[in-house]
Design a protein around this ligand. Structure first.
Ligand SMILES: C[S@@+](CC[C@H](N)C(=O)[O-])C[C@H]1O[C@@H](n2cnc3c(N)ncnc32)[C@H](O)[C@@H]1O
Length: 315
């Protein structure tokens, strides 16, 4: 697997070095690749997820939502150990994928292992980059698609990151994100409340962090963006069109709820969007919910942890 090293600003470098994921990545280095994927990419909360589950999800999104095929040169922002970069690179029409990740040990130690596992030893279609998604050292208009799996919301300034993404995209290029868009009615106070939430002792134990030491989501590099923030920053960056879907599982809730969700999931996307207008409003009993707009039910999300904001933007 080829590796590249791009410039990283010193504050971001320090943030990455201090982040517990750096040490945690090193602890995982002798584990089986599938276990690394489950532990790091999926935070240990979807213990049975497989490569096939992720391939199915990409097939579903490509066939139902994307206006263009996933093909040519790709780039994954905040790629972690390159799980998605490798799976994307393995698709028939994809030439190569850059996995851009700021945490050096994840790229150097884990990414070759993961791409080797997914590609059966042949890893030349994945390029591991130790770098920042705010300073992508690729020429203008050199990439066909960009993928994000819960990384862009870590951006310190989404406006800057999205401008950089648009710059490297070819004329027909697009970015698609499996990420979080918080509800538009949230005020700054709601977002602050989310950011100031502390991790529990179980979380700290899992990642080998000192128990009793305060660790909030904000301190862990989380940021919170509402759907309207994503829209504003994408527009400001110059993207011509943005689509949003709230992807939901079919297997949550009681017997009747599951039955209804399964039936809805069999409908076309167009009909599901129509049906959504008549469904009861989704109520969360916590503040960590996403904007429920254009709700789509799909069994392909069932192996994942929870619902996803699918944000797609075209150059
Ligand atoms: C929640 S994790 C996402 C997991 C990752 N997509 C995966 O498949 O494992 C966010 C990732 O973004 C990375 N990250 C945060 N800021 C970054 C930046 N400015 N440039 C590149 N990567 C960044 C973090 O180091 C972390 O690995």
């Amino acid at each position: 697997m080829e590796k590249l090293y791009w410039r990283i600003k010193s504050e971001l470098q320090k943030e990455a070095d201090d982040n517990y994921r750096t040490n945690y990545a090193l602890k995982l280095k002798d584990k089986e690749p599938l276990q690394i994927i489950r532990e790091l990419t999926f935070d240990g909360v979807v213990p049975d997820v497989t490569v096939k589950d992720i391939e199915n999800m990409f097939d579903f999104v490509e066939s139902k939502f994307l206006k263009r095929k996933i093909s040519g040169v790709g780039l994954e922002v905040g790629s972690g150990p390159g799980t998605f970069s490798s799976i994307l690179a393995g698709r028939k029409n994809v030439e190569k994928v850059y996995g851009v990740e700021v945490c050096r040990p994840i790229v150097e130690t884990l990414m070759p292992k993961i791409s080797g596992y997914i590609f059966n030893g042949q890893t030349d279609k994945v390029i591991g980059v130790v770098g920042s998604f705010d300073e992508i050292e690729l020429p203008d208009e050199s990439v066909d698609f960009i993928f994000d799996f819960f990384s862009l919301h870590h951006s310190n300034d989404l406006a800057i990151t999205l401008k950089e993404c648009r710059r490297i995209l070819k004329k027909d290029g697009f970015v698609f994100c499996f990420d979080k868009a918080r509800p538009d009615h949230y005020e700054k106070q709601d977002l602050d409340e989310l950011l100031d939430t502390e991790y529990g002792e179980d979380y700290k134990k899992r990642f080998g962090l000192p128990l009793g030491q305060k660790l909030t989501r904000r301190m862990n590099g989380e940021r919170e963006y509402r759907l309207k923030d994503w829209q504003e920053f994408l527009k400001g960056a110059g993207f011509s069109r943005m689509d949003y879907f709230y992807l939901n599982k079919t297997n949550g809730g009681g017997f009747l709820a599951v039955l209804i969700k399964k039936i809805i999931s069999l409908l076309s996307i167009r009909v599901q969007l129509f049906v959504d207008e008549y469904l009861p409003e989704k109520r969360y009993d916590h503040k960590f919910g996403l904007e429920v707009k254009n709700r789509i039910y799909t069994k392909f999300l069932n192996p994942f942890r929870k619902e996803i904001s699918l944000v797609i933007a075209y150059k």
